[in-house]
Design a protein around this ligand. Structure first.
Ligand code: NAD
Length: 335
């Protein structure tokens, strides 16, 4: 059996991995800790680690992992902005990921955030539980007839675009690699930002996309614009977002990701003082809906994640090529 230290483990991970790992010759040690330079030592005696979106696979962590004998890192996610692939290669650690598990899950969550905000069902839910059946302040907005800007038209963005188009919206799209022939109206990003009533982000976090929605971009948006972000938090300048929510320029925001999420998302910090004032103030607004990076969290996605991760590890340990391996030079651009 090959031993794997499974970081940031949750009960829903165990459910799916326990059913598959032993048959693939893997012995998983589940750790609640996130992977950091300090916790890397917990992988001593393991041939590999399994990591998730907020685990740190920077140079320091990778050096620590190599020092305790780790030879591979299996990411159980698609994005790999948290991995220094050059350092991994230098340390002799091979890195795998799950390029696609359920784009439907993420697209449907983006749609759920959008429809919740346009119809204020999050507020209606708390009201009616308190036996408050007043409709004051719950006037919504039809999506039909509105313009929705979709940034990034890959697996998730294309599905989200199809879903909102089915609701009678006009979709504007922006992508550095447009899918010509997919029936989407591509426009330059500044035009999308200027014309959209809703902007939904579906592109990866890269040095180019960091703070793509900057203070200047907010300036150019329509008053009352609705923002949806299920991609990565740092695509949006959060302080600029907060200022624009406060001024009313942003009509509503649905955020499944947040640029400083690593310390709080996936944790119960309800009994602790939260020091991040930007997040505190965003959470306090009635028109901001935050979910804890859960867009991927469906049974179907968890099953697919476990299957591909276990398969990646099985192929690696049997010496076969791993199709989902990430290399510094061959990394798919912009994921
Ligand atoms: P994908 O690779 O299929 O599509 C990404 C698209 O973004 C591609 O078409 C690519 O050309 C485009 N792109 C790259 N750089 C760009 C840029 N600078 N400007 C505009 N477009 C650019 O990825 P996907 O499966 O559709 O996933 C999209 C994103 O969703 C991922 O990058 C990831 O960050 C995020 N994600 C979030 C969750 C979650 O639980 N919240 C789960 C999975 C994925």
């Amino acid at each position: 059996m090959e031993k794997i230290a499974f970081y940031d483990a949750r009960s829903y991970d165990r459910l799916y991995f326990d059913a598959l790992a032993p048959k693939a010759g893997l012995e998983l040690t589940y750790l609640e800790n996130k992977l950091t330079p300090q916790t890397a030592v917990l992988a001593r005696g393991c041939a590999g680690v399994c990591a998730f979106v907020n685990d740190d696979l920077g140079t320091e962590t990778l050096q620590e992992l190599a020092g305790v004998g780790v030879r591979c890192a299996a990411l159980r996610c698609a994005g790999f902005n948290n991995v220094d692939l050059t350092a991994a290669e230098r340390c002799g650690i091979r890195v795998f990921r799950v390029p696609a598990y359920s784009p439907e899950a993420v697209a449907e969550h983006a749609l759920a955030l959008l429809l919740t905000l346009t119809r204020q069902t999050h507020r209606a839910f708390t009201r009616t539980r308190e036996r408050n059946f007043s409709l004051e302040g719950l006037v919504g907005t039809n999506l039909a007839g509105k313009t929705v800007g979709v940034v990034g038209t890959g697996k998730v963005g294309a599905r989200f675009a199809a879903a909102v188009r089915a609701l009678g919206t006009t979709v504007l799209a922006y992508d550095v690699r447009p899918q010509w022939g997919a029936g989407l109206a591509y426009v330059p990003l500044p035009e999308l930002i200027r014309r959209s009533d809703v902007i939904s982000l579906h592109c990866p976090l890269t040095p180019e996309t960091y703070h793509m929605l900057s203070r200047a971009a907010f300036h150019d948006m329509k008053r009352g614009v609705i923002l949806i972000n299920t991609s990565r938090g740092a695509l949006i300048d959060s302080e600029a977002l907060l200022d624009n929510v406060k001024s009313g320029k942003v009509g509503a925001a649905g955020l499944d990701v947040y640029e400083e999420e690593a310390d709080v998302f996936y944790e119960d910090v309800s009994a602790k003082v939260m020091r991040d004032d930007t997040l505190n103030l965003l959470l306090s607004q009635p028109n901001v809906l935050v979910t804890s990076h859960q867009a991927f969290l469906t049974n179907e996605a968890l099953q697919a994640i476990a299957e591909t991760t276990v398969q990646n590890l099985r192929l690696f340990f049997s010496g076969d090529p791993v199709e989902n391996e990430l290399r510094p030079t061959a990394a798919p651009a912009g994921v």
